[in-house]
Design a binder for this molecule. Structure first.
Ligand code: PEP
Ligand code: MN
Length: 376
């Protein structure tokens, strides 16, 4: 089903300073100095095409920093005047829209917590009626494609044709390495419904930590997303919100340097470098193998703690024999040699034992253990 959206190309409202298109800035505007100084450093990288900053922050618990509010609009004005960077803020109410328009903000985005609520999205859409401003719609917190599409339609029907989607990952019950599961399929699905709709990836909110941002950014590029929105702070260690997922402007610049940009529209598919294609498949699989190993080790930690609490030994020979037997048979069926599988499993098992030993030994001379010994 193709969506009936009227959309102007991304290049009609934002000029990529460099490929990939990069929108960057702090999660939150905190002080005038922090925002303006960050903006200067970002502008100096020559890679950033727009400055983002949240001034109204939707937070999970009341009492946390909920954004600096309208005064931040003045700081954004100054940052723009001094750096020439267009500015982007999140709007979550009709009043936000009015104020941000008055302050000359260039781009709005609808946050994940707003996209989940059609009342909120409609209120924003009503306030946008008759206004010509670019709007980016983040995916809803929960993995519901219809809600995402519905929000895009509401904004589009208000007359906004400079429209983009932002993929920021989805909340999931199962905890993994990501703060918000990327669920790439959902973003790809949106693309098949609306091929002309630009999708920008937000690796900061997907990752939740700096370490994963390069991986997510590369993946977004490999999936032909049209740009990246990454949180950047002059000193992430003291950021008031989302400290773990922000990069300094120079670290951000290095990250962009290291991305491999692959062309989606190779003129002649046959000419496409076969080796590069196969290598990119290998890259993706290797990433998956590492991700799965990391997930396995997390469970090992849980087992370690459980064994410790229940006084169970680390190594249970029967269990290990069973693992070795089952996995080797399975691997053999998939054409992997038993020697290779055994070596691999031994390596993984060795690391699991090391991790569990570490857990067992932590605080081993503390009172409860002593007590157990006396009772034995
Ligand atoms: C943000 O961009 O800082 C933000 C609040 O994001 P999200 O709506 O994706 O949680
Ligand atoms: Mn944030």
């Amino acid at each position: 089903m193709k969506l009936d959206l009227k959309i102007q190309p991304l290049s009609s409202w934002i000029t990529a300073k460099q490929e990939p298109l990069l929108i960057a800035g702090p999660c939150s505007a905190e002080t005038e100095e922090q925002l303006v100084a960050t903006a200067h450093l970002l502008a100096n990288t020559g890679r950033v095409s727009a400055l983002r900053a949240g001034i109204w922050k939707p937070r999970t618990r009341p009492g946390e920093f909920e954004g600096i509010g309208s005064i931040g609009l003045e700081w954004l004005k100054r940052a723009k005047a001094e750096t020439g960077l267009p500015t982007a803020v999140e709007v979550a109410t009709g009043k936000h829209v009015e104020e941000a328009l008055k302050a000359g903000v260039d781009i709005f985005w609808v946050g994940a917590r707003s996209t989940v609520n059609p009342f909120t999205v409609q209120e924003i859409a009503d306030a946008l009626q008759g206004v010509d401003i670019p709007v980016m719609v983040k995916n809803p917190v929960n993995p519901d494609l219809s809600l995402w599409i519905g929000a895009l339609e509401r904004i589009n029907r208000a007359g906004i044709t400079k429209l983009a989607a932002i993929h920021r990952g989805f909340s999931s019950f199962e905890k993994t390495a990501f703060r918000n599961e990327p669920m790439w399929d959902l973003a790809i699905n949106l693309k098949t419904h609306a091929p002309e709709l630009p999708i920008i990836c937000d690796p900061s909110h997907i990752s939740g930590n700096r370490e994963l941002i390069p991986y997510v950014s590369q993946k977004a590029m490999d999936l032909d997303m049209q740009g990246l929105m990454i949180e950047s702070h002059i000193d992430p260690s003291v950021a008031w919100t989302d400290a773990k997922q922000q990069l300094t402007p120079s670290a951000l610049s290095d990250l962009i340097d290291r991305l491999t940009l692959r062309k989606a529209n190779v003129v002649n598919v046959e000419v496409k470098d076969k080796l590069a294609d196969l290598r990119s498949q290998i890259d993706k699989l290797d990433d998956l193998v590492i991700q799965k190993l990391a997930e396995r080790m997390k469970i090992v930690e849980q087992i370690g703690n459980y064994k410790k609490d229940n006084g169970i030994t680390i190594l249970q020979v029967n269990r290990w024999d069973e693992i070795l037997q089952k996995r080797t048979n399975y691997a053999k069926a998939l054409n992997l040699s038993p020697e290779f599988t055994e070596k691999l499993l031994e390596l993984i098992h060795g690391e699991s034992i090391r991790k569990q030993t570490e857990i067992m030994n932590k605080g081993q001379n503390e009172a409860p253990v002593q007590e157990k010994l006396t009772h034995a």
